[in-house]
Design a protein around this ligand. Structure first.
Ligand SMILES: Cc1cc2nc3c(=O)[nH]c(=O)nc-3n(C[C@H](O)[C@H](O)[C@H](O)COP(=O)(O)OP(=O)(O)OC[C@H]3O[C@@H](n4cnc5c(N)ncnc54)[C@H](O)[C@@H]3O)c2cc1C
Ligand code: FES
Length: 380
């Protein structure tokens, strides 16, 4: 099947990659191995980073979706992404299933071209750190952990604890690859936790623990130490395990995490959304900046929050966060359009050129600053 990239130039900022292999990894996850169509090397990526895939769906709809590098980032001849087929939400079966992932699963075949940007993202393995590493994932959240495991198994001697939770063997992707990587050198231990193993999983000794990851399991797996933890998975998994890790005494700055959807606070009392996000201003300082005379005022809807533009903020996204608001974001670099909102009044400037600037009166919060007083509507 011809994808749009075969008949048109890739959009600015994107590059054409050919699908050279497509592989089913589990009942719900398929990998796409991609090579630059012009025969050059792929861009250097760091373990944990993701690519942006620009998909031209039927009916002239274009969507941008992020997919983590799931293979060895040192192999510059190819990159691998691994995509979970996203169904309709289980409590809303009448809704359409995920557009991008189902398109990739059903329509994109070996030989097709895809428009790719990146790699990008700050959820990356700290290779300078000497600390032992915990790679802790749920479901398709294992993809960035895989690229980290590739790196750690071949280029590091640090102890590694690879902990993966999923439903059962039917949806468990990369089991053999993880065990092979762990077997490359001493010091890498693997734990698989199945929530709903069946009789065959039991007979095959396919899992190490069942149910949900518990405090006892973590205490048993992780000897007292100072770890770098990388956490990625569905929202309930992240919230539960963040708390478990914190209760075990792991400092929040040691827990690096990534959400595969709009970011949400893990624990409203303790966490700001990313390592780069600023510390929220105190109510007192918020009030003070909001009443500074002569400053550019930023009015956020629907909350009605009014604050003065703060020159120390990198972007309108940072200003909103500083004001205690929680707009959605992912890349924070103008690549994914997750932070797209409506500009109701005033004007802004882009300090970074977005990959796919939104049309009409929409703007990207993460790469704009106000040039006049503005009213921004954070509702999608
Ligand atoms: C940094 C990052 C890395 C990522 N890495 C990976 C990865 O390695 N592998 C991977 O599989 N994914 C990854 N993702 C997630 C991926 O980018 C997509 O979000 C995911 O594939 C779903 O996209 P989709 O187009 O299939 O679903 P969408 O079309 O975005 O739909 C998402 C869900 O919303 C439901 N929906 C549809 N209409 C409505 C409606 N009206 N109201 C409410 N719900 C509705 C759909 O049924 C579906 O369940 C990553 C995301 C990020 C941010
Ligand atoms: S957060 Fe990705 S474009 Fe703004």
């Amino acid at each position: 099947m011809a994808t749009q990239a075969q008949t048109q130039r890739p959009a600015p900022g994107f590059k054409a990659f050919r699908v050279i292999e497509k592989k089913q990894e589990s009942a719900v996850i398929s990998s796409f191995i991609l090579a630059p169509a012009d025969g050059t090397s792929s861009l250097p990526g760091r373990p944990g980073q993701f690519l942006i895939v620009r998909l031209s769906l039927d009916g002239d709809v274009t969507v941008l979706r992020n997919y983590s590098l799931s293979g060895d980032v040192n192999d510059r001849s190819r990159v691998r992404i691994s995509v979970k087929r996203e169904p309709a939400p289980f409590d809303r079966p009448e809704l359409p299933p995920g557009q991008g992932s189902n398109y990739l699963h059903d329509r994109v075949q070996v030989g097709d071209l895809l428009e790719i940007a990146g790699p990008t993202g700050s959820f990356t393995l700290d290779e300078e750190s000497p600390r032992p590493v915990v790679l802790f994932s749920g479901g398709v959240g294992l993809t960035p952990m895989l690229s980290m495991l590739h790196q750690l198994s071949s280029r590091s001697a640090r102890p590694v604890y690879f902990i993966h939770a999923c439903e059962n063997a039917a949806v468990h992707a990369f089991r053999d690859e993880v065990l092979t990587l762990a077997g490359r050198r001493p010091g890498i231990s693997v734990h698989f936790c199945y929530r709903n193993p069946d009789a065959e999983d039991h007979a095959n000794d396919a899992y190490h623990s069942r149910g949900l990851i518990s405090r006892e399991t973590l205490q048993w797996l992780l000897p007292l130490d100072d770890y770098d933890v990388y956490l990625c998975g569905p929202r309930p998994f992240m919230q539960a395990n963040w708390r478990l890790l914190r209760n075990l005494g792991i400092a929040s700055e040691r827990i690096h995490y990534e959400f595969f959807g709009p970011a949400t606070l893990l624990d409203e009392d303790e966490v700001v959304p990313t390592a780069t996000a600023p510390t929220p201003a105190s109510p007192a300082s918020r009030e003070a900046t909001g009443t500074t005379e002569g400053a550019l005022t930023v009015h956020f809807l629907p909350s009605g929050t009014r604050v003065a533009w703060d020159q120390s903020c990198h972007s309108l996204l940072e200003l909103a966060e500083q004001a205690g608001l929680t707009p959605s974001f992912n890349c924070r670099a103008g690549l994914c359009n997750t932070c797209q909102v409506s500009l109701r009044e005033g004007s802004v400037e882009y300090f970074e050129t977005p990959l796919d600037a939104p049309a009409n009166d929409d703007i990207l919060l993460c790469c704009t600053r106000p040039t006049t007083p503005v009213t921004v509507d954070l509702r999608k």
